[in-house]
Design a protein around this ligand. Structure first.
Ligand code: SF4
Ligand code: SF4
Length: 138
């Protein structure tokens, strides 16, 4: 899963938009290995260990699908990591879905909402499957 690509970052389209994607639901880390490499030096944590350590990072577990998946905390205004200057995460740390989102001009042609596309390999279903596999091995 390539996430180094940053072609879609800082596009005039996204600058004009101002991050409507971030004002909705935050992106999630689809790839458990990448998540633990970024935040825990590659250490594999159990669910209970992760639950204890996430609040200090400003992160939460999404459990609605039945499989816990880490994500940035949400506020009424959207992702808690969104500031007037953009995302508080470095590009390298950002959730997989945030990096993979493909900007779509149609988003700006509507008054609200995000019509930008998450590629299938970064979908919530794929994330659910990958985290389910991960939790079964720790
Ligand atoms: S909603 Fe789409 S156009 Fe707007 S910042 Fe996000 S990816 Fe870019
Ligand atoms: S983590 Fe950053 S890029 Fe992703 S939704 Fe939050 S503010 Fe936006």
């Amino acid at each position: 899963m390539m996430l180094e690509k940053s072609d879609s970052l800082n596009l005039p389209l996204c600058q004009e938009c101002g991050g409507r994607c971030c004002q909705g639901s935050p992106g999630i880390w689809v790839d458990p290995e990448r998540f633990f490499a970024l935040f825990f030096s590659g250490q594999r944590l159990t669910l209970e260990q992760l639950r204890e350590r996430l609040p200090a990072l400003g992160l939460v577990l999404w459990e609605k699908t039945g499989v816990p998946i880490p994500a940035p905390r949400s506020l009424a205004s959207g992702c808690a990591f969104l500031t007037a200057d953009g995302c508080r995460f470095s590009v390298a740390e950002r959730p997989c879905q945030c990096l993979a989102l493909i900007p779509n001009l149609e988003t700006l042609e509507h008054q609200q909402g995000c019509l930008c596309l998450v590629p299938e390999e970064f979908s919530r279903d794929v994330a659910r499957q990958r985290w389910q596999n991960y939790w079964q091995t720790v």
